[in-house]
Design a protein around this ligand. Structure first.
Ligand code: ATP
Ligand code: MG
Length: 680
């Protein structure tokens, strides 16, 4: 139920001010997101605004999911019909599906993820150079993405002439874009760029969505980039009922083109807008908040904010100094267990946060060793795994036969004797004859140099795809039909045959089965589900490097492992902030390239302010790199936290090599825990 009396006066003001532009610029944990959900509730329940007129945008699927859930609780399930609470990308796809044909694309476009994109870049490279020099394809993609985020189309790029990498990227960009279109596909940056173009160039489309979304709210506004900024401005232009909330101290996507200037310029963009400041933090203890405030105030450019809490001081922050990375992991897991028993908590109350995804491995191993359930957010996503991508490629080709990257993935998976040389010849022929790749497979007889048994194999493959496309033309029974297809292809046998380690093979087979399970779940949830709908959901999830699988989805109580970037907007009672060292936080690249470390400090601020009751910071004296121990320096941000807030724990954990030792260590563990309990 919605009870506005639980809000403090400025929060209530923000919720109540429903007409006209509104800016809420406030520190971490001050209830900005809560203002958005209550405002939606207020609009629907008290102002009788139709739910479909409401749009709320946030950055990650996870955040959008939580917001939706919260709103449902507030207004009741029946009253959210037609309301859109989503990420920028999901919203963009929705807009594009309706009208992308006006831009010359087909409505059933596919969405390419990083590995597909890299494939296209390599193909475009082959068109311009054959000198075989090692080219940084990711770097090219990075630059193209930068242009797209600034809405610069291929013909308007102005590369610096003295920068060869940039020049190369500028030559690849138009070719890459043409290849994408030939595959009837768009990439992630296109989703926003094309949506903006559609809204700019097609007045009826703009009008449709402006009329639809009379009330717009954007969370985490400090992390919008130029194209997202324009997207929001266009939608809100007519009715100007736009509420944005954010915190300049939490702007952490500058490296990806986000511009904190967007939130700082809001008052100028919307003259006469209402500005609300929130200063009470409801999330953390006094100690945690004080540490965060001390760190962030070392940044030079920021709007000054006061943030206070009446939650009481709470416990000091534990600073654990470990001998090396392995010990860091075992200390964290041991402490986690102790806290859990001591306070009777569930695993879901804990999060381990790190700067780079590769740090997760040691913690994962330790958690697995101790049989503690965990969810890994980000990192190698389920849908990025090779066997999963291969299996999905079949579905993608069936859904969009022009998806050539996927076609190339499956042409020899499972192995059917069509080698790289043959594929290259057919691909070359298809380019020369401007003929879609799939069609070229069917016309292999016209291609020189592909003969005999190989030709038959190519034709058989072509028939298989064509038949499958026909077979899937009508909706219904998708999971069962996909299962039938996979069985016929012998995917399972292929995995067992080609992967030596049976345990690894089994895991991969299970992953492929999981694809079918997730399709079945999708069909159950969505009446009239289509393959396109399923693939769209998958690609949007896949790119959501911040969110990944949700613990609720899995119905299990688990520790969360995620990067600092992913943790934005979330909160956990107990947080472990690990690897608090120079060259990790701040990141090595930032230090080496002499870039301002302000963004790293903001990341640190985000991390600290995720904790509600207790924060543990860990660092190592040494870390293994390529098998050698390297000495480590504490993070400079550690010095910025007043020593009186910290309780330092040094000294190593012993490892047992015999059973007696293990027994003694266990006894010791319980003795320490008993003494902790007595201290309480
Ligand atoms: P972040 O900057 O990290 O995104 P935020 O400003 O969005 O934080 P919220 O997540 O909305 O903050 O709120 C932080 C916590 O404080 C939540 O648990 C929320 O339920 C609680 N909270 C917010 N306002 C109040 C209030 N008036 N009374 C009690 N609890 C509140
Ligand atoms: Mg928030």
């Amino acid at each position: 139920m919605l009870d506005l009396s639980t809000l403090n006066p400025p929060q209530r003001e923000a919720v109540d001010c429903t007409e006209g532009p509104l800016l809420v610029l406030a520190g971490a944990g001050s209830g900005k997101t809560r203002v958005i959900t209550c405002r939606i509730g207020h609009l629907v329940l008290h102002r009788k605004v139709a739910p479909e007129s409401i749009l709320a945008v946030t950055f990650t699927n996870k955040a959008a999911g939580e917001m939706k859930e919260r709103v449902r609780e507030l207004v009741g399930r029946g009253r959210t019909k037609g309301m859109i609470v989503s990420t920028f990308h999901s919203l963009g796809v929705r807009i594009l599906r309706r009208d992308i044909e006006r831009l010359g694309y087909k409505r059933n476009f596919g969405i390419y993820t990083t590995s597909d994109q890299l494939g296209l870049v390599r193909q475009a490279l082959r068109e311009v150079s054959d000198d075989g020099r090692k080219v940084d394809t990711e770097g090219i993609l990075w630059r193209i993405s930068g242009w797209k985020n600034r809405l610069i189309p291929p013909d308007r790029v102005q590369p610096r002439l003295n920068d060869p990498d940039e020049l190369l990227a500028a030559t690849i960009y138009p070719r890459y874009q043409r290849l994408l279109m030939a595959c009837n596909a768009i990439d992630f940056d296109d989703i926003i760029m094309l949506t903006v173009r559609l809204l700019q160039e097609q007045p009826e489309v703009l009008d449709h969505w402006q009329e639809r979304f009379r009330y717009i709210m954007v969370d985490e506004y400090q992390d919008t980039n130029a194209s997202q900024y324009l997207f929001v401005s266009l939608l809100a232009k007519k009715y100007r009922n736009l509420c944005v909330v954010g915190d300049d101290d939490q702007s952490i996507y500058g490296w990806r083109g986000a511009d904190v200037g967007n939130i700082l310029a809001f008052e100028k963009d919307y003259p006469g807008c209402r500005v609300v400041k929130l200063e009470q933090n409801y999330r953390s203890t006094g100690t945690i908040l004080e540490a965060a405030n001390h760190v962030i105030r070392n940044n030079s450019v920021r709007t000054e904010k006061r943030l206070w809490t009446d939650a009481g001081e709470g416990r000091p922050i534990d600073l654990v100094i470990a001998q090396d990375d392995e010990e860091e992991a075992s200390q964290v897991v041991e402490r986690l267990q102790m806290e859990r028993y001591r306070h009777n908590l569930s695993f879901g109350d804990f999060a381990i946060l790190y700067r780079t995804n590769s740090q997760s491995r040691a913690f994962e191993e330790q958690l697995r060793f101790e049989d503690i359930p965990y969810v890994l957010v980000g990192g190698m996503q389920f849908y990025e795994r090779k066997e999963v991508k291969d299996a999905l490629s079949y579905l993608k080709v069936i859904d969009n036969p022009r998806d050539e990257q996927s076609l190339l993935r499956i042409v020899n998976f499972p192995r059917r004797g069509i080698g790289d040389g043959t594929v290259l010849k057919i691909n070359q022929w298809s380019l020369e004859h401007d003929c879609p790749l799939l069609e070229a497979f069917g016309r292999v007889e016209e291609i020189e140099g592909v003969t005999g048994a190989v030709r038959e194999k190519v034709l058989a493959f072509h028939r298989l795809v064509e038949e499958s496309v026909r077979d899937f033309r009508h909706a219904g029974n998708l999971a069962a039909r996909v299962k039938g297809l996979f069985d016929r292809l012998g995917l399972e046998e292929e995995l067992y045959r080609t992967i030596e380690d049976p345990a690894t093979a089994r895991r991969k087979v299970e992953n492929v089965a999981e694809v079918i399970n997730s399709l079945a779940a999708f069909e159950e949830r969505i009446p009239g589900a289509t393959l396109s709908g399923f693939l769209e959901k998958v690609s949007l999830m896949d790119e959501d490097r911040f969110a990944g699988k949700d613990k609720k989805e899995h119905g299990k109580d688990a520790v969360t492992l995620m990067s600092l970037h992913s943790s934005k907007g979330l909160e956990f009672p107990f947080v472990f902030l690990v690897g608090f060292e120079e060259e990790i936080l701040p990141h090595k690249r930032t230090v080496e390239e002499g870039m301002p470390i302000d963004e790293e400090r903001r990341l640190c601020y985000v991390g600290i302010t995720r904790a509600r009751r207790h924060l543990t910071i860990t660092r190592c004296l040494n870390r293994k790199k390529y098998g050698k121990l390297q000495e480590r320096q504490p993070s400079r941000f550690l010095e910025e936290i007043p020593g009186r807030l910290l309780q330092v724990h040094e000294g190593s954990v012993k490892k047992a090599s015999t059973e007696e030792e293990a027994e003694a260590l266990a006894q010791d563990f319980f003795a320490r825990m008993r003494s902790m309990l007595q201290q309480e």
